[in-house]
Design a protein around this ligand. Structure first.
Ligand code: PEP
Ligand code: MN
Length: 337
């Protein structure tokens, strides 16, 4: 931590700051320049978290040296984290695709879609049982019944399953069924929920909040990791901007930034980013080109009658042709699929 003092800082103020820093157990290095004095606090910066140095008389600014996200940072772990989901390895050269309907609607539709996405190359099946809908009058998901259907689809196809957890009270139920717990964009900063999934120990796919910075995104991942669960997949899914042509604005630069900042695997969900099925393919390809470890894509056999997000859902045939294109782009950037 570097503490820059005001030009007019008095010696008594400097002494007070030094004394306070030392009382936390950190060492102090004072650099007295012509213009002003700079104090370096040396040691574990975390020990200063309860010392509001900015408020001390004589202090102009405080600059942390360490990243506030520690466990999930590249500094902490150089090599990328690889997460094994029943043999599906996420974070290696092989690209992985999660696909399926926005929400679980009924058995036949789910199993039919699961078989088709599997045949096209998807390795994990998605489907919401608890849906975070903007309107309370919209379809809220089948709840536990949806989880049972997902488990049936897994049995039928062998695909591991992922579904969204919205309420900490459902954590145990969710863990009984799914292979990956999804934390949705709207809950990215639901810290109690993050702590619960951290404790639960199941792999987690954490979506970026609608208006979250990358730093906030990583701090949320840190909440999960701080409970001892480092099996976290980050997912960029578009964010709120002034642009209205698409449902959200896909922040593709987040992918290389995240790959630099963290050892966690990074996925992209182009479906929720653009909100229109015709734009899903180009952005899915761009995501692979820019270094994503995987994709999450909504697929529905009958989008016109989908109970949720039909407008952005690909029909299975379109999804299959996209997977062919993904194969080519993946090969071009040194990945397999
Ligand atoms: C979803 O994947 O079904 C979903 C609701 O996504 P998001 O949280 O990104 O809106
Ligand atoms: Mn959806």
């Amino acid at each position: 931590m570097i503490i820059v003092l005001k030009r007019e800082a008095a010696q008594s103020e400097i002494d007070h700051i030094v004394e306070k820093i030392k009382s936390t157990g950190l060492a102090v290095h004072i650099s007295k320049g012509k213009e002003r004095t700079i104090i370096g606090a040396i040691g574990d910066e975390g020990l200063l978290s309860n010392l509001p140095l900015e408020t001390f008389p004589g202090v102009e600014s405080v600059m942390p040296i360490m990243k506030p996200y520690k466990l999930v940072s590249r500094e902490f772990r150089k090599e990328g984290t690889v997460i094994d989901i029943s043999g599906v390895r996420i974070g290696e050269a092989e690209l992985q695709v999660i696909a399926g309907p926005c929400s679980v609607e009924n058995r036949d539709l789910l199993i039919d879609t699961a078989k088709k996405v599997k045949a096209a190359g998807a390795k994990i099946l998605r489907g919401g049982a608890f849906k975070p809908r903007t309107s309370p009058y919209d379809f809220q998901g089948l709840g536990p019944e949806g989880l049972k259907l997902l488990a049936e689809a897994r049995k039928e196809t062998g695909l591991p399953i992922i579904s969204e957890l919205m309420d900490p009270r459902d954590t145990e139920l969710m863990c009984d069924y799914v292979d990956i717990i999804q934390i949705g964009a709207r809950n990215m900063q639901n810290f109690r929920l993050l702590t619960e999934v951290g404790k639960a120990g199941k792999p987690v796919l954490l979506k970026r909040g609608l208006s979250a910075t990358i730093k906030e995104f990583l701090m949320s991942a840190e909440y999960i990791a701080a409970q001892g669960n480092a099996n976290i997949i980050l997912c960029e899914r578009g964010m709120r901007t002034f642009e209205t042509a698409t449902r959200n604005t896909l922040d593709l630069s987040a992918v290389p930034v995240l790959k630099e900042e963290t050892h966690l695997p990074v996925f992209v969900d182009p479906s929720h980013a653009v909100g229109r099925w015709a734009l899903v393919a180009p952005l899915a390809l761009a995501a692979v080109a820019v270094g994503a470890d995987g994709l999450m894509i909504e697929v529905h056999s009958d989008p016109e009658n989908a109970l949720c997000d039909g407008a952005q859902s690909l029909k299975p045939a379109k999804f299959a042709s996209l997977m062919q294109e993904v194969r080519k782009v993946a090969a071009a950037v040194g990945r397999t699929f």
